[in-house]
Write a protein that binds this ligand. Structure first.
Ligand code: TXA
Ligand code: MG
Length: 334
């Protein structure tokens, strides 16, 4: 299959790209689309065969459920049941964070095919703020199932080129809208029994939620319970092909001799250092937002160099740093 790439720089290009994407989605095809977090691989969520095609293209195991992206708020109650006890809480969260990088796990209605939720009785829902994604979803007027547009277990794509590198020949169309704004996947929270629990850290941080009066519980990672609660959160996710090791401090670290070692730096403006053949700085000004947008791109670039080892510096685990560290921990897990 030939994979087309359509750009959206001018209004004319954008309209053409949107029309083509909608046409394909209506026909049950899958299309890679930009979102504000990472690029997604989308299909009509109510068409189980189209959704199955996502699993095939990604080589994703069927036990790993997908996020459903709504065209608008009205669709929420068409696909989920809002328990009386949680109703107000859900609306407050939606008012605050939608559209945006925020996903809620809620009880699903019959209309959502089992393949989307991997047989769970809950479904992950989000409303993307990306203008191109939003335009496509509203023109289609159907919810879109869309996981990150990478092969299973690999690094999420933050540019259309990344998607092309992952899925060329497997999907008919990629819509290019430039680099993703946040660079890491949405925050996922489970809402139940009047409370919320963070299942995946992301751009909306625990601190932010607390700051406006929510009291999120933090899911214990890497336990059997965590795997049941967020099935895709396997310890070894976001894996580059190259071995990755986390270190506390680059000053006191010396890379193994006779090995080609790359360095993913947090602190300072490291541009060259003995022992490393390649260096990438997450953020020269130590800005966590900038670091998040660079993370997956830098990992991909280092991974493409055929190194023996990538060494990554730990970053402060506050705010967005916790979400970045979560990805790095998983990338280092074998
Ligand atoms: O930012 C994002 O969320 C991106 C963009 C494309 O929207 N999507 C994304 O999807 O990261 P994906 O499939 O790569 O990750 C979705 C995660 C998986 O870990 C999956 O197991 C979990 O959400 N998930 C989905 N439905 C769930 C459910 N009903 N209960 C618990 N976890 C669920
Ligand atoms: Mg993913």
């Amino acid at each position: 299959m030939q994979t087309d790439l359509l750009r959206t720089s001018s209004a004319a290009e954008k309209n053409k790209a949107v029309r083509h994407a909608v046409e394909l989605l209506q026909q049950g095809e899958i299309v890679a689309l930009p979102t504000e977090t990472v690029y997604g691989l989308a299909a009509d969520a109510l068409n189980p065969i189209a959704v199955a095609t996502i699993f095939e293209a990604k080589e994703r195991p069927r036990f790993d459920p997908l996020i459903v992206h709504l065209p608008n708020r009205e669709w929420l109650e068409r696909i989920v049941r809002l328990p009386e006890k949680d109703r107000e809480l859900i609306f407050r969260l939606a008012d605050k964070f939608w559209p945006g990088p925020f996903t809620m796990i809620l009880p699903k209605l019959e209309i959502v095919p089992d393949i989307v939720t991997a047989g769970l009785d809950t479904v992950a829902v989000r409303l993307s703020a990306h203008p191109v994604f939003a335009q496509i979803a509203s023109a289609l007027d159907k919810p879109l199932a869309a996981p990150s547009a990478n092969r299973f277990g690999r690094i999420s794509p933050t540019t259309a080129q990344h998607v092309f590198d992952e899925l060329d020949g497997r999907i008919p169309l990629i819509i290019d809208a430039g680099p993703a704004e946040h660079g890491i996947e949405s925050t996922i929270v489970a809402v139940r029994d009047g409370g919320i629990e963070i299942l995946r850290r992301g751009p909306i941080t625990a601190e932010q939620l607390r700051g406006i009066g929510f009291q999120p519980a933090l899911h214990q990672q890497n336990t059997d319970a965590a795997i049941v609660a967020a099935p895709g959160q396997l310890p070894s996710h976001y894996a580059p092909k190259t071995l990755l090791r986390l270190i506390d401090n680059a000053e006191t670290y010396s890379p193994p001799k006779n090995q080609r070692v790359g360095f993913l730096a947090w602190s300072g403006r490291v541009t060259s250092r003995a022992g490393f053949v390649a260096i990438r700085n997450l953020s020269a000004r130590q800005d966590l937002r900038e670091a998040a947008t660079n993370l997956f791109r830098h990992l991909r670039e280092l991974d493409a160099l055929g190194l023996d080892l990538i060494v990554a510096e730990r970053i402060p685990s506050r705010g967005l740093g916790a979400a970045i560290m979560d990805r790095l921990e998983r990338a280092s897990h074998r």
